[in-house]
Design a protein around this ligand. Structure first.
Ligand code: NAP
Length: 495
């Protein structure tokens, strides 16, 4: 069950917001009465309430807005109990001075806005002695592994227990607490009404992560990286899971660079079945795996971890995505020359994507030439893979069948830039730009003008995710749906 938190400065506004929200049938609404700025009248808020409520009156030390005395605050809690509120949130240190009465359930809470203390079990034990109907323990995740310690409390609980972490690192526990047995989680009723750090919007918790349908059977996946908030993968995978009716949820999992191994080991207790891996963890993911694939080893980086029979496999789906995207681009070539094998490929760039492209093209029998603005990086890649290298300034003179841009030139916001000028292109080439923001880069526009075959970075992005989807779910990926989802999200992304 999701408890939707609401706070407003005026009684009338809070009552109105509660009525508006009730049209969407929330099961439980938390009224943050400490937000009310005028003289508080709890009975007025309880009268004709459209849904069951939790009455919460948070003091300043717990990041609440209550400005009266502690005595007055406790009087408010008693008034809420006498008024018959379904639940009243009572902090554990005052719980003994607020007696049980009537049918009102006691939600005994502990909040820590600094960290996740080491003595969680002692705190929990103390709380069980406060006559709770529900225990709520909310701490701040300083490290991702703190989520696991907090969620473990639910598993061993003797009383129905809500437990999760706040902060950006705590999101995973807010979403997975129900799967561990928590009777509820919290979400904000509106963007303006976030009550605690890292709190998700009700819409997202309900429709995007489908919190209420997450059960112990639901398979959990996520993308690990830092930063992670910009990632399109949660949208893409969650939408695709829903499209094919797969019982899975996919989470953005921020993991700082220094704690990958520790976190992945700790997250084993959350029974996570697979990860997409992004910067800066692609090398660490490879090291973590029990069974790295040939491709991941060749590239020296993994963008996918998945588990079978208790063993972690690492692979690199960029490799397959690059090959498939090029092959799709070659379908317009004359019959008999639609294979990568034997093609002259010029790769612009020497970063992570270039590495995957060099590897994928070379292993499929192409003759690869690399060029990069910083010559040393191109030479280093060349030394490793044994292809050819040319100076960046000479790139216009190189004859090729396939041109692959693996630089970031042309990426938003520098959309009028291109790493390869229009006159250098000729119609017999396939031009593949790995940049996908925007989909139609300046390079691809020029290539179309010159009559070249083209392949886009968005197609590559979709294909690497589609392969992950297949590994994660064991089902055929809905390719067109995934492409359309990406296009729509890029077209509505803020500038
Ligand atoms: P990276 O490791 O940081 O490499 C960036 C490359 O771009 C380097 O070769 C760099 O050259 C070159 N570069 C940057 N600015 C340049 C400029 N003004 N002129 C010439 N070269 C320049 O990044 P990456 O991870 O390989 O990603 C590269 C691009 O691939 C990204 O920008 C992104 O658009 C795209 N990408 C696509 C996908 C997909 O699925 N389609 C996935 C990931 C990334 P120096 O060595 O000289 O700095």
């Amino acid at each position: 069950m999701i408890c939707v938190s609401l706070g407003r400065r005026r009684h009338s506004a809070l009552k109105q917001a509660h009525r508006d929200l009730s049209r969407l049938n929330p099961e439980l609404v938390e009224l943050r009465v400490d937000w009310i700025m005028s003289r508080l009248n709890v009975a007025r808020l309880l009268k004709k309430r459209p849904t069951p409520v939790v009455i919460t009156c948070r003091r300043e030390q717990d990041k609440g807005r209550w400005s009266g005395t502690e005595e007055q605050r406790q009087a408010v809690l008693r008034e809420a109990i006498i008024g018959g509120a379904e639940y009243v949130d009572i902090e554990e240190d005052i719980a003994r001075s607020i007696p049980r009465y009537g049918d009102t359930k006691r939600l005994v809470s502990y909040h820590n806005f600094e960290d996740t203390p080491t003595d969680l079990s002692d705190i929990y034990q103390r709380m069980t002695e406060c006559d709770p109907d529900i225990i709520k323990i909310v701490t701040t995740a300083s490290r991702p592994a703190d989520n696991v310690r907090v969620l473990e409390l639910i598993k061993s609980a003797t009383v129905p227990t809500v437990a999760f972490c706040m902060g950006e690192l705590g999101m995973v526990s807010r979403i997975l607490c129900g799967r561990m047995g928590s009777p509820l989680t919290y979400a904000a009723g509106s963007r303006a009404g976030e009550m605690a750090p890292g709190q998700l919007l009700w819409d997202d918790m309900r429709d995007f992560y489908r919190y209420d349908s997450i059960s112990s059977d639901t398979k959990v996946f996520g993308v690990i990286g830092d930063p992670i908030s910009h990632s399109l993968s949660p949208l893409l995978h969650n939408s695709a899971f829903r499209e094919v009716d797969f019982d899975g949820v996919y989470l953005p999992l921020k993991i700082p660079a220094d704690s990958v191994q520790e976190t992945l080991q700790a997250y084993d207790k959350l029974d996570i079945s697979g990860y997409s891996v992004t910067i800066p963890h692609k090398h660490a993911a490879l090291e973590f795996a029990d069974l790295p694939s040939v491709q991941a080893n060749l590239i020296g980086a993994s963008n996918t971890l998945f588990r079978t029979d208790g063993k972690w496999h690492a692979t690199n789906t960029d490799y397959d995505a690059i090959v498939k995207t090029v092959e799709a681009g070659l379908t317009t070539f004359p019959e008999g020359s639609r294979e990568v094998k034997g093609k002259q490929v010029l790769i612009l760039g020497a970063g992570g994507v270039a590495r995957a492209a060099v590897c994928a093209m070379q292993k499929n029998g192409a003759a690869v030439t690399i060029t990069n603005r910083t010559a040393d990086r191109a030479r280093a890649l060349n030394d490793e893979f044994g292809c050819s290298v040319i100076d960046w300034e000479q790139r216009s003179e190189e004859m090729c069948d396939i041109l692959i841009n693996c630089t970031s030139v042309g990426m938003h916001p520098n959309v009028s830039e291109s790493p390869f000028d229009l006159p250098w292109l000729n119609e017999s080439m396939l031009v593949f730009d790995t940049v996908y923001t925007p989909e139609n880069t300046q390079l691809l526009e020029h290539a179309k003008t010159r009559g070249c075959a083209t392949a886009s970075g968005l197609e590559m992005f979709m294909r690497q995710a589609a392969r992950q989807f297949e590994l994660f779910s064991g089902q055929q990926p809905p390719l067109e749906f995934m492409m359309e989802t990406l296009r729509q999200s890029l077209s509505t992304a803020p500038e």
